[in-house]
Design a binder for this molecule. Structure first.
Ligand code: NDP
Length: 247
């Protein structure tokens, strides 16, 4: 796949899935801009970047404006930035819920909206988000995260219908547990809360995937490459499960 005529924006591009996706698109010849809150981690990727907080529409809009000025109008956007916090549902406060909705759902809205005008003007575009199997099924102790990711799937299906005649597609990638810093933080968190051994916790999470393995960030990146290609023009409003058969 050759993306040499495309400008791709990846949020959360300083680590994990976002870094893998950014590097896969750069290898495929694309102009890539990565975004995130922490300049230090963006710098280490060696790609053009803009600092922004995806929960803040003004911050995202400014970052997209700068990215556009530096590398041209935007063809593909990967709303990947996300975060997870765990707690029993009975202890969840409104702020906990809002935090998960703001980053995991509001962040996708802000990111996709900032790219829309460019895509409409060109009559071609790819809106992609990294949702989760947590958008397709429930998991105990992460109800706010699951609610937000389910919301992302609904958002994707609706946006896809709205834009179906514009040359723009909207799709969600739904991986199971991926081997990234987020997974490591989740394992540490469970260890801290339960006193279990890290290896046992990792084994339990890994075994949720029927293939008994963690998804690799590069696999997610390759799915994004395909969804962004011309070959995937008919894939619209889809939630692509990358979970070894878990969902
Ligand atoms: P990481 O924690 O490695 O990456 C998340 C990225 O998002 C970071 O680069 C972070 O950078 C950025 N980010 C977080 N909050 C914001 C914000 N408010 N504004 C801008 N950027 C932000 O995790 P992953 O790579 O694993 O996660 C990527 C996506 O994949 C997430 O949406 C996650 O929900 C999803 N996912 C992850 C799974 C897993 O097991 N790891 C499983 C299924 C889905 P910074 O903090 O510097 O802003």
């Amino acid at each position: 796949m050759n993306f040499s005529s495309r400008h791709i924006v990846v949020t959360g591009g300083g680590s994990g899935v976002g870094a893998a996706a950014a590097s896969a698109f750069a290898e495929a010849g694309a102009r890539v801009t990565i975004m995130g809150r922490t300049e230090a981690s963006l710098v280490t990727q060696g790609l053009p970047f803009q600092v922004c907080d995806v929960t803040d529409p003004a911050s995202v809009s400014t970052a997209f404006g700068r990215a556009r000025a530096e590398q041209g109008s935007i063809d593909v956007v990967i709303a990947n930035a996300g975060a997870v916090e765990s707690m029993p549902f009975s202890r969840m406060k409104p702020d906990d819920l809002n935090k998960m909705l703001n980053i995991n759902l509001g962040g996708v809205v802000n990111t996709w909206q900032s790219a829309l005008d460019d895509m409409k003007a060109r009559g071609w575009g790819r809106l992609i988000t990294i949702a989760s199997t947590a958008g397709l099924k429930g998991y105990a102790y992460v109800s706010a995260y699951c609610a937000a990711k389910h919301g992302v799937i609904g958002l994707t299906r609706s946006v896809a219908l709205e834009l179906a005649r514009t040359g723009i597609t909207a799709n969600a990638i739904c991986p199971g547990y991926i081997d990234t810093p987020m997974l490591q933080r989740s394992i540490n968190n469970i260890v801290e809360k339960t006193g279990k051994k890290p290896r046992d916790v990792a084994n339990t999470l890994r075994s949720l995937n029927p293939q008994d393995r963690f998804i690799q960030a590069e696999e997610v990146a390759r799915s994004a490459l395909w969804l962004a290609s011309d070959e995937a023009a008919s894939i619209n409003g889809h939630a692509l499960s990358l979970s070894g058969g878990e969902v």
